[in-house]
Design a protein around this ligand. Structure first.
Ligand code: SF4
Ligand code: SF4
Length: 67
């Protein structure tokens, strides 16, 4: 069982994590954060395999992976 946590307040919505995820379970959300960015969110958490590609890709270190 793996899961990720996204620090949505820090996220800039660059979408690099979305393209990195082999399971296609990250998407840009519909609500903007305090910085005015539409942050990433996990749309299908149960499919996460804990590969950490998203966390490695994120330039702002917004993603924590737990496995
Ligand atoms: S850990 Fe891997 S499978 Fe899980 S959300 Fe990140 S890139 Fe996708
Ligand atoms: S890579 Fe990081 S900053 Fe970019 S959308 Fe994903 S979580 Fe947000």
């Amino acid at each position: 069982m793996a899961s990720i946590t996204i620090n949505t307040a820090q996220c800039k919505g660059c979408a690099l994590c979305i393209s990195a995820c082999p399971k296609n379970i990250i998407a840009i959300g519909t609500e903007s954060n305090r910085g005015g960015y539409f942050s990433a969110e996990v749309v299908q958490p149960s499919s996460c395999i804990g590969c950490a590609r998203c966390a490695i890709m994120c330039p702002d270190c917004c993603i924590t992976v737990m496995k």
